[in-house]
Design a protein around this ligand. Structure first.
Ligand code: C5P
Length: 398
């Protein structure tokens, strides 16, 4: 990270004081910070303490002619390698999600051509509100990276998600966002994880036991190896791995659309347990139990096969990796699946035990070169080993 620079936008909120420690931690690692202090942020930290820590002038007013003469807001937004918003308030998130530019912070966010990492901090109900959820999804779709928020007791006395990530967690997320030296630096990775949910009616759905753990572990390992990583996830209760762009979807068709929108990528890892079928129609209102005990028939139709579709896509990733979760004839089924779906590699695993939802996995890597049996290991270890194999294949790295 030495020699890199960060533009830190400090929003208003009690968590703003943690920005001071963040600046110190970055300085220890040789990262230069320029800071924009919003009007609300200035209620919590002073420009003086910030400039003492950054050794730089603090920017706070879009229309200051002196600032514009020294460094215009466009240049300021592009002078750093990464823009970090900490704390990211609901207000700053809303502005960026909607393209508002009515102060220096929002203007810089709109004008930047650099990756943006947000560390949200707000009251738990605000974080869970419909509009913040919507804005977070828009931002994630636009490529914004997130770290936190964490669960815990908040300054307002409530408990739940909303606490800003700890300064060292933000540093780790900055490290992976800036990763330029990992074996996968310069590589774009697209990973899917979790189940899909196929609605029957507004309260019922078809799904499966996938926990998403393996896919999240792979996305995490790829990002740690320096890949620019997008994770498209079905409904699971896991937090976004640091430095990974997370986009949540529900159905198989949404997952396909999100994957296509995320192309081009160099490598695709389809770890999601996509539902093979969906109800032909999702009823608009809850299907009622009939009094004469007639059971409703749900007609199923086939979902698109995302792996096969992306394997045959005009923008096909150079390396396409699928999963084969099998309960019988694991390897022979997976070998056939590799050809049928047009994948380069298949990671096959036996899911007849407690693999789904568990912490460990025993997989076989099936490629053009044959079958490799990997020993039983944690899902994180599978992720790390797979990331190393991907690096070897795409970059010739050891
Ligand atoms: O055919 P099967 O479901 O066993 O194939 C598993 C592989 O295909 C996984 O990589 C899974 O993510 C992918 N898949 C898909 N779209 C589907 C079903 C499976 O991409 N509709």
């Amino acid at each position: 990270m030495r020699g890199k620079s960060v533009l830190l936008i400090i929003g208003g909120g009690i968590a703003a004081y943690k920005a001071l420690e963040l600046v110190r931690r970055l300085a220890e690692r040789g990262v230069k910070t320029r800071a924009i202090l919003t009007k609300a942020g200035a209620e919590f930290v002073t420009p003086l303490s910030l400039s003492a820590l950054t050794g730089e002038k603090i920017y706070s007013d879009l229309f200051s002619l002196t600032d514009e003469a020294e460094m215009g807001h466009i240049q300021l937004s592009r002078s750093a390698d990464l823009v970090v918003v900490a704390p990211a308030t609901a207000d700053l998130m809303a502005k960026m999600a909607n393209g508002l530019a009515n102060d220096l912070a929002s203007t810089a966010l709109l004008a930047t051509d650099k990756p943006v990492l947000m560390a949200p901090a707000m009251n738990v109900r605000m974080w869970q509100s419909a509009s913040v959820t919507r804005n977070r999804d828009i931002l994630a779709k636009d490529g914004v990276l997130f770290v936190g928020p964490n669960d815990g007791e908040m300054a307002c006395g409530e408990f739940g998600p909303g606490r800003i990530a700890e300064p060292l967690e933000i540093v780790a997320a900055i490290e992976s966002a800036l990763a330029v030296e990992g074996p996968l630096a310069g590589i774009r990775a697209l990973v899917t994880a979790g189940p899909t949910r196929e609605p029957v009616d507004p309260v019922r759905f078809l799904a499966n036991h996938s926990s998403g753990k393996q896919g999240y572990a792979i996305a995490d390992a790829l990002a740690r190896a320096g890949a620019d990583t997008t994770l498209i996830s079905g409904p699971v209760s896991l937090a976004a791995p640091q430095g990974v762009r997370l986009q949540r979807v529900t159905t198989a068709r949404e997952m396909l659309a999100a994957c296509e929108a995320a192309l081009p990528a160099d490598v695709l890892v389809m770890a999601a347990a996509v539902a093979d079928w969906r109800p032909d129609v999702a009823a608009n209102s809850k299907i009622k139990k009939s009094t004469d005990r007639v059971v409703p028939l749900i007609k199923l139709v086939e979902n698109p096969d995302i792996l096969a579709t992306l394997s045959a896509h005009a923008a096909r990733p150079r390396l396409v990796i699928g999963f084969a979760a099998e309960t019988d004839d694991v390897v022979s089924n997976a070998v056939a699946k590799r050809t049928r779906k047009g994948a380069d590699w298949i990671i096959a695993n036996d899911v007849s035990g407690d693999v789904m939802g568990g912490e460990r996995n025993r997989v076989h890597l099936i490629s053009e070169a044959g079958i490799e049996d990997w020993p039983d290991m944690t899902k994180n270890e599978v992720g790390t080993r797979l990331a190393a194999r991907i690096a070897q294949k795409l970059k010739g790295a050891a």
